[in-house]
Ligand binder design. Structure first.
Ligand SMILES: NC(=O)c1ccc[n+]([C@@H]2O[C@H](COP(=O)([O-])OP(=O)(O)OC[C@H]3O[C@@H](n4cnc5c(N)ncnc54)[C@H](OP(=O)(O)O)[C@@H]3O)[C@@H](O)[C@H]2O)c1
Length: 231
């Protein structure tokens, strides 16, 4: 797919993988709409990349509809929507499982993906084309020790992704699931982890963009830590 002139929405674009994707896609001359809950980092990034931006929460269906509206008002169409925003919680035994915290993760990582996809498809279905990318995690593939809450919401988001893909297949809307291994980002800021062996988010962004540029992109893109040498 040629990305020049494509209108691309990225949630969670102010930091980490979302920011790396925005910077990489700007090089392809895509027309970007960036979003996050705080404008502090988002606004200067949008200015630097000549992108539109919207401050909103993926856990709000209303905000996700408003984000799609920004893309339509500014650029008149919506080609690609990247559900990237996500949260994490420190590793804990299920005996210390914090239900309120787990609900927050589910609202962001699972419902955020659902609301983003609903907002995107509302505009893509009438045009009969579009691409949705859901950033999941290898935690959506493997049960990881002491990662019950994050694992539950990422497995949930994966289940949603697989169902959405089948429903959208006959509508000419492509649905791609991306499964990165650990990346060196601020997601771990609450309880830093030893992440020297983790992936550089810029490398993950590069792999996602390379896949998108293919005539037939992979529907399931698994980027494990061992693959960090793949450029
Ligand atoms: N880092 C890893 O090891 C790793 C591995 C596999 C998968 N992932 C996934 O990759 C994605 C990006 O993670 P990252 O590591 O780049 O995280 P990050 O550096 O912490 O960045 C998260 C981004 O999402 C935004 N965000 C968080 N909660 C949000 C909400 N409720 N509504 C809207 N925006 C929200 C943040 O901005 P605001 O705080 O201003 O909203 C920020 O822009 C996530 O889906 C994560 O689960 C990460």
């Amino acid at each position: 797919m040629q990305l020049e002139g494509k209108v691309i929405v990225i949630t969670g674009a102010s930091k980490g993988l979302g920011k790396a994707l925005a910077q990489r896609l700007a090089k392809e001359k895509a027309l970007l709409v960036l979003s996050a809950r705080s404008g502090t980092l988002l606004q200067p990034l949008a200015k630097e990349l000549d992108a539109a931006y919207f401050v909103g929460n993926v856990a709000s269906e209303k905000d996700m509809r408003a984000l799609a509206d920004v893309a339509i008002q500014k650029f008149g169409k919506l080609d690609i929507w990247i559900n990237n925003a996500g949260a994490w919680s420190p590793l804990t035994s299920i005996y210390a499982f914090d239900t309120d915290r787990a609900k927050e993760l589910i609202e962001t990582n699972l419902f955020g993906t659902v609301f983003g996809a609903k907002a995107a498809t509302a505009h893509m279905l009438p045009r009969g084309e579009g691409t949705i990318i859901n950033v999941l995690s290898t935690t959506a593939l493997d049960g990881k020790n002491k990662s019950a809450a994050y694992g539950a919401d990422k497995f949930g988001a994966r289940g949603f992704t697989l169902a959405l893909r089948e429903e959208m297949r006959e509508k000419n809307i492509r649905v791609i699931g991306v499964y990165p291994g650990g990346m060196r980002t601020d997601i771990f800021v609450e309880k830093p982890v030893e992440y020297e062996s983790f992936l550089d988010p810029q490398l993950v962004a590069e792999k996602i963009v390379q896949n998108l540029c293919l005539d037939t992109p992979a529907e399931e893109l698994v980027l494990r830590r061992e693959e960090k040498s793949l450029h």
